[in-house]
Design a protein around this ligand. Structure first.
Ligand code: UGA
Length: 450
């Protein structure tokens, strides 16, 4: 397609995690970026050069690109799309109750963008969408003078700026080779592998990557159960397996399993999507089941360690964010664990270095305390849910001296169990034997196999 469109001007739609990081990165690389956001507060935060999400380094980068005018915010699509050769759609695709991706925000954004886009514009879908969506959006747009491509993102929360500067790969899929090249050219200066393909393959590369990683975690978690039953140590097993370069050690850390805004939603959406095409994706069904079982197993270890009942027991949960270096609570294992503990009668106190403010609304029964030592004082048991470095550095002599009980259950195999045991604690973790100076009277029960 002939284009008079200016690819130095880019419109990014949606100032969520993906949109704001993408917009900041493109502005940093010298483009002029208009970031369209309907939420006035979020828009004002970015316009003031601050990040609306907790992401290391993002505040500094936004301050720089907003101050020199490379990144501006816009309320309406008309302002945002004006003069842009490329429109990147980065709005949410939350799950519906049935597990599929809700595409209403994507469709709404594309409809509006198409109305204002000039000839030669490329609309790049960065939102994670089911196979076939990009083609269907192009068909519904009914404009032969603009092109659609799928342009998935692979950023990890908490490491987004690093991933943006050093992407593992750039994937661009579409039916118009010129449009595909224009999007790939955005990353021309970066030395990485580039995969150019059709849009359906690009959509499945995104879903397949997240689903595979989630399945890898569920696999090691199922192995962790077997380690408990056989007396093996899951950390050693994962280390030994991970040394095979075909397997690799990453995403083989056993524990409470996966959470966050991506894995739970994307695994279910892929499984649902396969169902529409008549396929039962058994591996994904099992991965989801194992992931949910990990939360119950963790609660079971606390209950068992406290003598079989949580009624009236004080439990302190260390970590609320779904993983360290983010304040994101979406689908965080902590929420499921805390609600379960509270339903079983426990009085829960929770702490987190950055995620406390968002927790009030979603955990109304929970006492939220910023200081971990204050949170642990008087507790019958501590349960580590998020592997924040701060918690590895805790002075357990001080913490245990202030606690009412001695039980520490580590849902991420993150703490130094020997050190905790030396201070008189009973250390229980996932897929490894408990550690205590005087061995605990009871052995943590395993859930039945199968
Ligand atoms: C994930 C992918 O890793 C990114 O590549 C992708 O771009 C992103 O989703 C997305 O689709 O937007 P993210 O959700 O930030 O990134 O989180 P991860 O670092 O992948 O961790 C996911 C969950 O798995 C966390 O709850 C983490 O605690 C858990 N996990 C991770 C384990 O339980 N064990 C492991 O070994 C690794």
């Amino acid at each position: 397609m002939a284009t008079g469109a200016d690819d130095r001007v880019i419109c990014v739609i949606g100032a969520g995690y993906v949109g704001v990081v993408t917009a900041a990165g493109l502005a940093e690389s010298g483009r002029r970026v208009h970031l369209v956001e309907v939420d006035a507060r979020r828009r004002a935060t970015v316009a003031a050069g601050r990040s609306p999400i907790h992401e290391p380094g993002l505040d500094e980068l936004l301050a720089e690109v907003v101050a020199d005018g490379r990144l501006t915010t816009a309320e309406t699509m008309r302002e945002g799309v004006a003069g842009a050769g490329i429109v990147i759609v980065a709005v949410g695709t939350p799950p519906t109750p049935g597990g599929e991706a809700d595409l209403s925000q994507v469709r709404g954004a594309v409809d509006e963008a198409v109305r204002h886009a000039g000839p030669g514009t490329v609309i790049a879908i960065k939102s994670t969408v089911p196979p076939g969506t990009t083609r269907s959006l192009a068909r519904s747009a009914g404009r032969a003078d603009i092109s659609f491509v799928m342009f998935p993102e692979f950023l990890r929360e908490g490491a987004a700026l690093h991933d943006m500067h050093h992407p593992s790969r750039v994937v661009v899929g579409g039916d118009d080779p010129q449009a595909v090249s224009r999007i790939a050219a955005l990353f021309g200066a970066i030395d990485t592998s580039v995969v150019l393909c059709d849009s359906v393959s690009a959509e499945l590369i995104k879903y397949g990557s997240n689903a595979f990683l989630a399945t890898k975690i569920s696999f090691i978690n199922e192995m962790a159960q077997l380690c408990e039953l056989t007396g093996a140590d899951i950390t050693k097993v994962a280390d030994g397996m991970g040394l095979d370069p075909r397997i690799g050690r990453s995403f083989l850390s056993a524990g409470l399993g996966w959470g966050g805004s991506c894995f739970p939603k994307d695994v279910r959406a892929l499984e649902t999507s396969a169902g529409y095409h008549g396929q039962s994706f058994w591996l994904l069904k099992a991965a989801i089941e194992v992931n949910s079982q990990q939360r119950s197993r963790f609660v079971g270890k606390l209950r068992h360690g406290l003598g079989g009942s949580l009624e009236g027991r004080r439990v302190t949960v260390l970590g609320l964010a779904f993983k360290p270096f983010t304040d994101d609570l979406r689908q965080a294992p902590s929420l499921e664990v805390i609600r379960h503990l509270e339903d079983l009668g426990a009085e829960v106190t929770a702490t987190d270095p950055v995620a406390l403010s968002g927790a009030e609304a979603v955990l109304p029964r929970t006492r939220l305390v910023a200081d971990p030592y204050e949170a642990l004082a008087g507790a019958d048991a501590a349960g580590l849910v998020t592997d924040w470095p701060e918690y590895r550095e805790l002075d357990w002599a001080r913490a245990l001296a202030s606690m009412r009980g001695r039980l520490v259950v580590d849902g991420r195999n993150w703490l130094d169990g020997e050190a905790i045991a030396r201070q008189g604690g009973i250390y229980v973790c996932m897929g490894r034997a408990p550690v205590a100076e005087a061995p605990p009277a009871t052995v943590v029960p395993s859930l039945p196999l199968g």
